[in-house]
Design a protein around this ligand. Structure first.
Ligand code: NDP
Length: 478
């Protein structure tokens, strides 16, 4: 049993009122620990500590901060086994995935931003003979970093690394379902030489609790949130009274478009991954699959066949492909979407239920649904589970219309060997991230973020620093 505490001003502390909540392993349903439940008092203490620490941390050089960030990356790598296990126990995801994706990418986030910050430049404009303008880049202040439960350390470090690299301090509010790796990260930061108060972690819930109090706090300058679109709306409201700078990475209902001239093997193998990896609990998963009619039957048959072959079960077993969903409550939500899809005429070709061989845990079979259209709830709402729909299409115009018929705009994937079509369709799709003949391939220098209600702002490379720094112009009369 773990006793998980807050990390405030360099020390692990309980809540002032002693409140805790349970941490449950969703793959077993067992209670694995208790977590300190933060409220206004803990958020306030953490924000004050972050403000005090900002004075000196913001005056360190990029070189000094980069050296510390590299030490954090080294320590994440040295603790890979432990971090991966903590992530698996919190989320129910396969340990093999945590080891090969979540934790290595978390280390890389620190390395990448450590190196990138050293090469950051600003603008100079000369008004010949009159004046010289140059911009100075400065950290903003105290950041509230709010992260989700699906890729806990991976997505948190995507925020913490540029935040610290730019010279800001932060208060982290991890998802209450996944408190462990954020806590371990705090320990690692201390070990790596991050001064007290620069990184703080307050555990607790979102609405009317620690998360909301952080977004309302008058001494927090910026909020970076990854979470649901509805959470983004709530945070925007609560951050409005203090006019905070906001960066939102929100939900998605991403189209995966397969033209008949694609490389079939590549398209089907990647589609299986983009549908079911991490139990479909990835914001970038391609949950709406559109297949050009001549290929439709063959594609659906192969997808169903491969979905059935995925091994679902114990996340600790290296052979497991699909682990447990995050919670029993989330499983009920996912199942509700499937039930209503059937009521609306959808046909479940595989999945749509718990696996019979698993007596406990929040496991749900990879699910493929057909015979739905754009009026059905299942093609419009984000399910965030191992559930995809497949629809046929006849023309390029039709599939672009279907793909864009959503209030989300996070990512889109298309499969074709026609170069002109690839450029044409990529240009028309309303999504912040477009993949052609691939999926989940990320160069961290490129802009990442959603259009429409999938987010506000872009992260990655210089875009992260545009959020985490202020530019001030100095004009010198010559
Ligand atoms: P939630 O929006 O439920 O929660 C995200 C975080 O926000 C949690 O830490 C949560 O706390 C907190 N929170 C919730 N309500 C508030 C509030 N009113 N004020 C402040 N903080 C709040 O998302 P999930 O954790 O369920 O994650 C899944 C969602 O995240 C999906 O919609 C997915 O698409 C999206 N996502 C987007 C990504 C992207 O890059 N665009 C990447 C990954 C996920 P608590 O958990 O304690 O309630």
């Amino acid at each position: 049993m773990e006793r998980v505490l807050h990390f405030i001003d360099g020390a692990f502390v309980p809540s002032e009122d002693g409140r805790t909540f349970d941490n449950v392993n969703p793959a077993t349903g067992e209670r694995i620990g208790t977590v300190a439940e933060g409220g206004r008092a803990e958020i306030d203490k953490a924000v004050r500590a972050a403000r005090r620490a900002f004075r000196s941390w913001s005056r360190t050089t990029a070189q000094e901060r980069a050296a510390i960030l590299h030490r954090i990356a080294n320590l994440i790598e040295e603790n890979l086994e432990e971090l991966a296990l903590l992530e698996t126990r919190d989320t129910g995801k396969p340990l093999s995935l945590a080891k090969s994706l979540d934790i290595p990418r978390s280390a890389y986030n620190f390395r990448f931003f450590a190196d990138f910050v050293k090469g950051l430049s600003t603008e100079t404009f000369e008004m010949e003979g009159v004046a010289l303008n140059y911009a100075l880049r400065r950290p903003v202040g105290v950041a509230g970093l709010i992260s989700p439960w699906n890729l806990p350390l991976f997505l948190l470090t995507w925020k913490v690394a540029p935040c610290l690299a730019a010279g800001n301090t932060c208060v982290i509010k991890p998802a209450e379902l996944t408190p462990m790796t954020a806590t371990k990260l705090a320990e690692i930061c201390k070990q790596a030489g991050v001064p007290d108060g620069v990184v703080n972690v307050v555990h607790g819930f979102g609405p009317d609790a620690a998360g909301q109090f952080l977004t309302e706090h008058e001494d927090v300058d910026l909020i970076s949130l990854t979470g649901e679109t509805t959470t983004g709306k709530a945070v925007m409201r609560s951050a409005a009274s203090t006019l905070k700078r906001l960066s939102f990475e929100l939900g998605g209902k991403n189209p995966n478009i397969v033209f008949a001239d694609c490389d079939f093997e590549d398209a089907i193998a990647t589609t299986v991954r983009s549908s079911f990896v991490n139990q479909g609990e990835v914001c970038l998963c391609g949950s709406r699959i559109y297949v050009e009619r001549p290929l439709y039957d063959r594609f659906v048959e192969a997808l169903v066949d491969r979905a059935r072959k995925l091994r679902i079960g114990d996340p600790l077993d290296p052979q497991t492909d699909v682990g447990s969903l995050i919670s029993e409550e989330h499983l009920q939500r996912v199942d509700g979407f499937v039930r209503r899809a059937v009521e609306q005429g959808g046909r479940v070709l595989t999945g749509g239920k718990r696996p019979e061989h698993l007596a406990r845990g929040a496991f749900y079979e990879p699910t493929v649904i057909v015979d739905v259209d754009e009026t059905c709830e299942i093609t419009r709402q984000e399910v965030f589970g191992p559930v995809v729909t497949v629809q046929p299409f006849d023309t390029e115009e039709e599939v672009i219309r279907l793909a864009n018929d959503t209030h989300y705009g996070l990512s889109a994937t298309l499969w074709t060997s026609n170069l002109k079509r690839a450029h044409r369709v990529a240009g028309e799709l309303e999504a912040g991230v477009i993949w052609v003949n691939t999926w989940f391939l990320r160069d961290l220098r490129t802009p990442f973020g959603g259009m429409k209600q999938s987010g506000i702002g872009r992260e990655g490379g210089v875009h992260s620093f545009e959020f985490f720094t202020e530019l001030k112009n100095v004009c010198i009369k010559l």
